[in-house]
Design a protein around this ligand. Structure first.
Ligand code: ATP
Ligand code: MG
Length: 401
C-alpha cells in the first residue's frame, strides 16, 4: 500500500449538465497533453474528480507538470484501497507515516461521497483515528492544527486516502472558453498577458509583427522561445509572423512623427482583427497596462481601439510593472523577455510620441496611406508556425551565436 494515485480536484464548478462534462473532458485532454510521454499513467474521470494511476512512475515530474494545468484547483497523492473498514484503517496509517514520519499530531477527515457505505463520516473518523493511535507512539490528535490531516474519501468503488495537498494553477481549462489572438512582442508584458488569458480558459494564437532587416533573426527567435514557454500552460500554440517592414516604412514616410506609433498600433489592430476572423478567434489580447508608456494612455487606447469592434482583453491593464515582472518570473518568461534584441516598435520610435493622440488626427493622417492594400499584402505574406508542448527548448538563442 503506497501513494500510487493522484487525486485531482477542480474548482469553479458551479457549471452544470453539458457545460460541466465539456469542461471535464477538456481538462482531461489537457492533462493528457501535459503528461505526454509518461506512458504508464492511466487517467480516469469520475463525476467531480479525476484520478491518475501512477503504475510505478515516480510522482515528482508528474506533480511538477500538473501544477501548470489550468482548471486544476488542487491535487494530492493518494492511496487507493477497497471499501472495507480494515483496509481503510491500514491505508490511513500507511498514508500518515509516509507523508510525515515525524508527525506529532494528526487529524482524520472522512468524507462519504458514496452514501451506501454503511459507516458514516463521523464514525469513520473515530474508527480510523483510534486505529492510528493504537498503532503509533508519541502521536496525538489535534483537530485544529494537525501536522498531518489524513483525508479519507469513500467513493462508489474505492476509497482514497490523501495526506498533503498541492495547489493547482486554478482558472479554467484552456480551450473551454474559445480562442483569442495574443499580440506578442518580445517584451515582458505580452507573454504574461497570454498566460493570464489562458488562465481564464481561452486558447491563444500569437501574432508577432517583425520588421527585417531592422529587426533581426534573434528578435524573432526570442518570440518563438516565448511561445514555446507558453505551450507549457496552453498546449499547442500557433504563431503568426507578420512582415511589418513595408508598413512601417510607409508610416514613417507618410505620417507626422508624433503620430507614427498611434497609426502603427491601429494598423496592427486591423491586421490582428483580420487574422482573428481567419482563425475563428473572438477577441484580441495585449500586454497593455494603463499609463505605462505614451502609447498606453487612455487617449491612446481610445484612438487605437477605434479601428476594431472586437473585444480587446488587457489582463495587465491595472497592474504595476513590478507586479507583471513577478508573474513573468514565476512563469519562466522573464529571462527570455529581457534579452536585448530590438522590437519593431523601438526601431522607428520617434523622439516625442504624442501622449494624447485623437481619433480625428489619426483618421486624417491615415488618408496618406493605402491602408487596405498594405494590409492585404502583409496578410498574404504572413507565415504561420505551430509550437507544441514538449518540443525541446534546446534550439534557443544559444544556437544563433
Ligand atoms: P511588451 O512588454 O508586451 O512589449 P510594452 O510595455 O513594450 O509591452 P508597447 O510596446 O506599448 O508596450 O506594446 C503594447 C502591446 O502591443 C504589447 O504588450 C503587445 O501586446 C503589443 N505589441 C507591441 N509590439 C508588438 C509586436 N512587435 N508584435 C506583436 N504585438 C506587439
Ligand atoms: Mg514592448
Amino acid at each position: 500500500m503506497k501513494y500510487d494515485h493522484i487525486l485531482i480536484r477542480y474548482g469553479e464548478l458551479a457549471l452544470k449538465g453539458k457545460n460541466r462534462s465539456q469542461f471535464e473532458k477538456q481538462l482531461q485532454d489537457n492533462i493528457k497533453i501535459a503528461l505526454k510521454g509518461h506512458d504508464n499513467l492511466k487517467i480516469q474521470r469520475t463525476y467531480g474528480r479525476m484520478f491518475i494511476e501512477l503504475n510505478g512512475e515516480p510522482h515528482e515530474e508528474v506533480v511538477e507538470k500538473l501544477q501548470h494545468v489550468f482548471g486544476i484547483h488542487s491535487f494530492s497523492l493518494a492511496i487507493k484501497v477497497s471499501n472495507e473498514l480494515d483496509t481503510i484503517k491500514e491505508g490511513a496509517l500507511k498514508g500518515l507515516l509516509e507523508a510525515n514520519p515525524n508527525a506529532k499530531t494528526f487529524k482524520v477527515s472522512a468524507k462519504r461521497a458514496f452514501k451506501n457505505f454503511p459507516i458514516g463520516s463521523q464514525d469513520l473518523n473515530q474508527h480510523v483515528g483510534g486505529y492510528i493511535l493504537a498503532n503509533t507512539e508519541n502521536i496525538t490528535v489535534d483537530v485544529h492544527n494537525p501536522d498531518v490531516e489524513v483525508k479519507v474519501e469513500v467513493r462508489e468503488v474505492f476509497t482514497y486516502i490523501t495526506c498533503a495537498v498541492y495547489r493547482g494553477a486554478g482558472g479554467l481549462p484552456v480551450g473551454s472558453g474559445g480562442k483569442v489572438m495574443l499580440m506578442l512582442s518580445g517584451g515582458i508584458d505580452s507573454p504574461v498577458a497570454g498566460y493570464l488569458a489562458m488562465k481564464r480558459g481561452v486558447k491563444i494564437e500569437a501574432i508577432h509583427f517583425h520588421s527585417p532587416p531592422y529587426t533581426n533573426e534573434r528578435a524573432k527567435q526570442k518570440v518563438e522561445d516565448l511561445v514555446r514557454i507558453l505551450t507549457k500552460f496552453g498546449g499547442k500554440i500557433k504563431l503568426h509572423i507578420v512582415p511589418f517592414t513595408n508598413i512601417q516604412l510607409a508610416i514613417h514616410q507618410g505620417v507626422p512623427s508624433n503620430y507614427e506609433i498611434t497609426i502603427m498600433r491601429r494598423i496592427m489592430m486591423r491586421i490582428s482583427e483580420q487574422l482573428a476572423a481567419n482563425n475563428n478567434a473572438l477577441a484580441i489580447a495585449t500586454g497593455e497596462s494603463l499609463g505605462q508608456v505614451a502609447s498606453q494612455t487612455l487617449s491612446s487606447m481610445n484612438t487605437i481601439n477605434e479601428v476594431t469592434n472586437l473585444p480587446i482583453i488587457r489582463p495587465l491593464v491595472t497592474m504595476d510593472k513590478l507586479e507583471v515582472i513577478d508573474i513573468a518570473q514565476k512563469i519562466g518568461t522573464y529571462e527570455t523577455s529581457i534579452l536585448p534584441y530590438e522590437d519593431c516598435c523601438t526601431i522607428f520610435l520617434p523622439q516625442a510620441p504624442k501622449t494624447k493622440p485623437n481619433r480625428a488626427h489619426a483618421n486624417k493622417y491615415e488618408q496618406n496611406l493605402d491602408i487596405e492594400q498594405l494590409i492585404a499584402e502583409t496578410i498574404e505574406n504572413t507565415e504561420t508556425v505551430m509550437f507544441k508542448p514538449h518540443e525541446n527548448l534546446e534550439k534557443t538563442m544559444e544556437d544563433l551565436f
